[in-house]
Design a protein around this ligand. Sequence first.
Ligand SMILES: Nc1ncnc2c1ncn2[C@@H]1O[C@H](COP(=O)(O)OP(=O)(O)OP(=O)(O)O)[C@@H](O)[C@H]1O
Ligand SMILES: [Mg+2]
Length: 285
Amino acid sequence: MTLADVGGMHEVKDRLEAAFLAPMRNPELRKLYGKSLRGGLLLYGPPGCGKTYIARAVAGELGARFMSVSISDVLDMWIGNSERNLRQLFETARRNAPCVLFLDELDALGAKRSQIRNTGMRNTVNQLLTELDGVDGSANDGVFVLAATNHPWDVDTALRRPGRLDRMLLVLPPDRTAREGIIHHHLKDRPVAGIDLAKLAKRTEGFSGADLRHLCESAAERALLDSVRTGRARMIEMSDLLGALDQLRPSTGPWFASARNVAQFANDGGAYDELLTYLKRKKML
Ligand SMILES: Nc1ncnc2c1ncn2[C@@H]1O[C@H](COP(=O)(O)OP(=O)(O)OP(=O)(O)O)[C@@H](O)[C@H]1O
Ligand SMILES: [Mg+2]
């Protein structure tokens, strides 16, 4: 899988390209401009809109130079083990530099930390800070950290300081063209007839990529049940999709409701400017 398989998301792709894909492919230019290959980028946005998906595409672009781990896999109930896991992870990344280290579900650190019983979490966050800074100044040269979360406000602010995950990038629900592409992607291996992709895309404003996949699966289920009932297999038709659509609501609504408060009242240092612009454009503010 490569970036070409990801529908829409042009801004996200451009930023990923500028942040590390281009510098990684062009070592001579990197030298010329004195750009060090290190740093971090935090992807955030509503669930199901392609954060993990686009990271997989970046992995496809980079091949072996991409390491992916979900933070919950690093966490361990035994005191000290989470820290050791993190240390080993970064050591492997440094050995494989230049590479991208993808930390998915970063909020697992924050959520756990707020549970009073789990006092070890502070140490885990501290260990991550240490690893992000590199043991000495240059240890992390060639290690680019990409992280994802749908609760950036739960991510320890210390993790977002300069030199760490200092850039944030909003991953939004797919626009109309992207929705058309995503629906097409999920129908292309199924028996369909008379599907009006443009109409479906138009009627699925606010739907996440995951919602659209669910829509296609529900429509397939309808056609299947019908075939079972009549004893005759039939194609998936527009009526199946529209019927399924009637039963579905975009799952991104609740996320935007809580994100709106943060963007309005806790936009520390302009971190959520991108989100504010989007909310204004969509008249959600
Ligand atoms: N731009 C896209 N193009 C094609 N498919 C997409 C796109 N965005 C999302 N999808 C589909 O939606 C699914 C869910 O996306 P993904 O798991 O990347 O969301 P996420 O942002 O990581 O969500 P979460 O915050 O819940 O982890 C993907 O597996 C993919 O099938
Ligand atoms: Mg994900």
